[in-house]
Design a binder for this molecule. Structure first.
Ligand code: SF4
Length: 274
């Protein structure tokens, strides 16, 4: 019997239709809603200070001044952080200060941006797509900070076709590369570029793989929701996100545009080859 591994043929998926709307969206929706969130945060802060100001003055003028300065500082951090993110994302010039924790700006503003987006009836996934684009542009802009060549590729389990019973979450090499789903092509890509690939079936396993492997950079393939959460979870590890395509609906026999994955691989490899 012929070895399935020798029959490997790349999966050809017509992605034009599924990707058309995605390509029409850029980073602007996320940035615009973040700036709207900053404006709303400013109004809320102003109202709170307006309400407590007379009481603070009664207690002590110093207390009033201190609270006022803290409010201003907090707002300054939000505006400054978002300004740096916006300029870096749009120009590709890295103006972000190095830090080892999750970005307070993105962590605070993103949930508000999603809520405002919903008020304006903007589809959640479209806003998340925009977030991923902004994130990718920041990753590219900060490329000089990526040291080392430990690149982890995280793939969602739903890329594996449902009729395949190979245990690829234990070890990606259990894939026979038969060409029935996108996993085979991705394994070959991993061999070509020397990448460490893991297939995960959820955020918990993904986090575990990241903490075990300790990558210098991550290429993550997932749906908009998982990518958005994952990118924020693993910060400050740079992530290049690729959104999967779901012609059969969510979490079933999904696929991915291989050219986008290869683009991400080339980005990290170009970095580490320098
Ligand atoms: S995971 Fe996909 S490519 Fe790999 S053996 Fe199963 S069906 Fe074939």
């Amino acid at each position: 019997m012929e070895n399935p591994a020798t029959q490997a043929a790349p999966v050809q998926v017509d992605l034009k239709e599924t990707s058309a709307w995605r390509n029409a969206w850029t980073k602007f929706p996320f940035l615009a809603f973040c700036w709207a969130s900053v404006a709303i945060a400013g109004i809320i802060e102003g109202v709170i200070y307006y309400l407590v100001h007379p009481r603070l003055l009664q207690i002590h003028p110093w207390l009033d001044s201190t609270v006022g300065i803290v409010f201003l500082l907090f707002y300054g951090i939000l505006v400054g952080g978002l300004l740096l993110i916006t300029i870096t994302s749009l120009t590709g010039i890295d103006l972000l200060y190095p830090h080892g924790r999750r970005s307070i700006t993105v962590r605070l503003l993103f949930p508000i941006a999603i809520v405002i987006g919903q008020l304006f009836r903007v589809n959640r996934n479209r806003l998340r797509t925009s977030f991923v684009k902004v994130n990718n542009s920041l990753t590219i802009a900060q490329s000089h900070r990526i040291k080392g060549d430990r690149i982890l590729v995280l793939l969602p389990h739903c890329l594996q076709i449902d009729i395949c019973n190979r245990k690829i979450t234990n070890d990606i090499n259990n894939c026979l590369r038969c060409g029935k789903c996108a996993v085979g092509g991705l394994v070959e890509l991993g061999d070509k570029y020397g990448l460490h690939i893991e297939v995960v079936n959820g955020g918990t396993l993904a986090r575990r793989r990241v903490s075990t492997f300790k990558p210098n950079g991550i290429i993550a393939v997932a749906c908009e929701r998982d990518l958005t959460l994952g990118i924020q979870d693993v910060h400050p590890v740079p992530v290049y996100g690729v959104i999967n395509d779901r012609p059969n609906g969510p979490c079933l026999n999904t696929c991915v545009d291989m050219t986008l994955v290869e683009e991400a691989v080339r980005f990290f490899r170009k970095k580490t080859d320098q």
